[in-house]
Design a protein around this ligand. Structure first.
Ligand code: NOJ
Length: 748
């Protein structure tokens, strides 16, 4: 390999925060922060670093007493605005220094109005909509007194056994960074003190999505390069975008728990990326360092976490119990605590809490019509059409009778997904009600058949079969209940739970068109139902307006535009599986793959099929990242590069023509991928570098243009060395990660 390496110091690209001039507002805030800090005793400083889960309902006086004594900097899980106002009154009027509280809540995909789960939002590939939905969540949450959300989750997740795959934006660092930034902008806007904005929290820092086998809270073992090039990428971007807070993850990375990881929290986040907000631990993740086997006792935990750079402790109280003594004993410098408190006070000032900590309890606008419109649009754009045999969809509204079957067809709660503490199921529109509204009550034969997704009782199958026989099309709504994904809800088998697949097989025998709609918190391995379904829609957990969005595409009022933000595996045994894999020394293809059943009995040991694959499930996912069909068809042609070769200072322009060759207008999402053919460390076979979402009318052609610069091709070859290496690159513009027009260029 005779390449020259161009070292690009990461700071040049991303650290504009630390180099940009501190503007007047910032410097005013810094002065105020310093003047508050100067008044505080050590105990009061430590109090600011303490976040408790509200126990107002069980012991209001106890909680008020702690706040009055300056022992609480933040509360989570208090969403009663009257209580919030009362506690803010105690904090600002009855505590010695009058420091307001910052109130946190898991506002993950909406507050009252529930948007699709983040993984569903990612399937929209529409940052503008993600931003709008986060803004609505902020409006609703702030009107209840919540000023801080623990969102977005920007953990790259490549193993859908992990339950929290639902909470993030999928497997790809570029897509996740783009949508994570959109969410941050939606929550925070340009002015955190506005009464429609809240502080965001980039979580879980870091690499939580790489937990072994998708087992929750588990160990992460990864290389420095993988950390930098994959898992840290969205966080670097979030810091650059100005996320007000970060959350340290539960997991360890290569033996160091994130809550005690100075390299991550201080060296990278503060010193390299110039992060100015504050870092909160995860729930009791500081004392959990004892279980990790990283600390002996809670005092050590507090010492390690504070020194590492965790500014605020969530729910546990190792800081409250130990930090002041540790300072008095000279074991930790007061500067560490001062810096943490500065970071916290800065965000409180930015939120305007010192000027007005209260909420107007009269003015709350929940599920406003305008919010429901965005919830519907985002749900619509999150729907991914995976199969549409003989264009069975869209259905005509004059189809006559349809059967609506399955546990997810009319459940106002289960279609909302994980983390919906504050949801209002009264506003949920289910598929059944939307289908009835679309074609008329008397045209719908409803047979729920299974009480819930895990129900194993086949005793009511006869109802579904009879409904199918009397109908012209069968709409089956299956999936996972909300509780089967999200925190602590990993699954070893990721197919449809219970007897839902059996139900679909039975219905298929009716000979009627079977349209399967899957609502789930993860990409389920649905290979066993594909042959028995004429059409398949992946709907994730689509939220409040999911039913309307689904009915609109089923009956052709709207077209599909969703694309997978994560590969759908054939089986759990394939996981982790993702498009940006390494080629290996023996890449598999259809020539090399010998399916297991084709191996003769007593075949002698041979090198037959000796490539990187599974004998049973092959080497490809069931559906690849970026894939999603439409009612129309798009043809890609004429890939063109502005030059066959560029220098590190040039911009390469890559374009292609996309023609809508079908009968429907539709949105297409052209994706730009590159491959660095030879690297000083091996490079993924493809990496997403850009995408657009564009409307193309039936019969119309558009020219799409992407720009690439050397910095887009940079990668970390080691922890501290980010390089752009000259040589040959392949580039694709295509409709998914495994299709597209290919060209090449060289970087000199
Ligand atoms: C634990 C979860 O890991 C985190 O994502 C969440 O924000 C906190 N609990 C607070 O509920």
């Amino acid at each position: 390999m005779n390449k020259i390496y161009f070292l690009i110091v990461a700071i040049i690209f991303f650290n504009s925060c630390s180099t940009k001039k501190v503007d007047k507002a910032d410097s005013n805030i810094e002065t105020k922060v310093d003047s508050v800090l100067a008044m505080l005793s050590i105990d009061e400083k430590v109090g600011q670093m303490n976040q408790l889960s509200s126990f107002y309902n069980s012991d209001p006086d106890g909680l008020k007493a702690m706040i009055r004594e300056g022992k609480v900097g933040s509360l989570l899980n208090e969403v009663n605005p009257d209580v919030v106002n009362e506690l803010q009154r105690v904090a600002t009027k009855e505590s010695k220094h009058g420091i307001p509280l910052i109130i946190g809540r898991d506002v993950i995909h909406g507050f009252k109005t529930v948007f699709p789960i983040p993984l569903g939002q990612a399937a929209s590939w529409n940052p503008a909509l993600v931003e709008k939905s986060s803004h609505i969540a902020a409006i609703e949450a702030r009107s209840k007194g919540v000023t801080w959300t623990f969102s977005p989750m920007i953990d790259i997740a490549r193993d859908p056994r992990w339950g929290r795959v639902a909470e993030g934006y999928g497997e790809d660092p570029f897509l996740t960074s783009t949508l994570g930034n959109a969410a941050i902008k939606g929550y925070q806007g340009n002015n955190l003190s506005a009464n429609d904005r809240i502080a965001a929290c980039a979580k879980h820092f870091a690499a939580y999505g790489a937990a072994e086998a998708g087992r929750e809270y588990n160990t992460v073992i990864t290389s420095n390069q993988e950390l930098r090039n994959v898992y840290l990428k969205p966080f670097q971007s979030a810091s650059h975008t100005g996320a007000a807070t970060f959350m340290a993850a539960f997991n360890e990375i290569n033996g160091i728990p994130c809550s005690g990881n100075k390299k991550l929290l201080t060296d990278v986040l503060r010193n390299e990326w110039g992060f100015k907000g504050f870092v909160v631990s995860d729930w009791a993740s500081i004392p959990e360092m004892i279980n990790h086997g990283f600390a002996d006792n809670e005092t050590d935990c507090a010492l390690i976490a504070a020194n590492a750079g965790v500014d605020m402790e969530m729910s546990s109280h190792t800081y409250l119990d130990n930090l002041a003594n540790l300072i008095k004993q000279g074991k930790i410098s007061e500067t560490v605590v001062d810096n943490a408190v500065r970071n916290i006070l800065r965000v409180k000032f930015q939120l305007g809490l010192f000027s007005n900590p209260y909420v107007d309890t009269v003015k709350s606008s929940f599920a406003a019509d305008s919010s429901l419109i965005i919830a519907k649009e985002l749900a619509l754009e999150s729907l991914v059409l995976l199969k549409n045999e003989n264009n069975v969809l869209p259905l005509s509204t004059k189809i006559g009778k349809v059967a609506v079957i399955g546990p997810m067809s009319n459940d106002r709660y289960e279609q909302l997904g994980t983390w919906v503490f504050d949801c209002d199921t009264n506003t949920t529109v289910t598929p059944l009600s939307a289908i009835r509204a679309t074609i008329g009550n008397n045209k719908v034969i409803y047979a729920k058949t299974l009480a819930y997704s895990r129900d194993k009782n086949t005793g009511r199958f006869y109802q579904a079969i009879s409904a199918a026989r009397s109908a012209n099309a069968v709409l089956v709504f299956v999936g996972e209940e909300s509780i089967l994904s999200g925190e602590a809800h990993g699954r070893a088998h990721i197919d449809l739970p219970g007897v839902q697949a059996d139900l679909i097989k039975e219905l298929h025998k009716s000979g009627k068109p079977i349209i399967t709609v899957v609502m789930a918190g993860r990409p389920l391995a649905i290979s066993n139902i594909l042959p028995y379904s004429n059409a398949v829609i992946f709907a994730w957990h689509p939220g409040t307006m999911g039913g309307t969005a689904i009915a609109d595409v089923l009956f052709g009022k709207e077209n599909f535009s969703g694309k997978l933000p994560i590969s759908i595996p054939v089986s759990a045994g394939q996981c982790p599986i993702y498009y940006a894999k390494k080629n290996t020394g023996r890449p598999a293809d259809y020539n090399s793959w010998i399916p297991m059943d084709k191996i003769p009995v007593r075949a002698p040991q041979t090198s037959l099929g000796n490539a990187s694959q599974h004998l049973d499930d092959g080497f490809e996912p069931l559906f690849p990242f970026g894939f999603g069909m439409s009612y129309t068809t798009f043809e890609y042609s004429n890939i063109n590069l502005s030059s066959p070769s560029i220098s590190v200072k040039d911009t390469l322009v890559i374009s292609a023509t996309i023609t809508n060759t079908g009968k429907f207008d539709g949105y297409e999402t052209p994706q730009l991928y590159t491959h660095d053919v030879v690297g000083s460390i091996t490079r993924p076979v493809k990496e997403l570098k850009a995408f657009q979402k564009i409307k193309i009318k039936s019969g119309e052609s558009v020219n799409v243009t992407f720009k690439l610069t050397a910095s887009d091709l940079a990668f970390y070859k080691s922890w501290n060395e980010e390089v752009v290496e000259p040589g040959l690159f392949y580039v694709w513009i295509g409709p998914s990660s495994n299709q597209g027009l290919k060209a090449q260029f060289t970087l000199q």
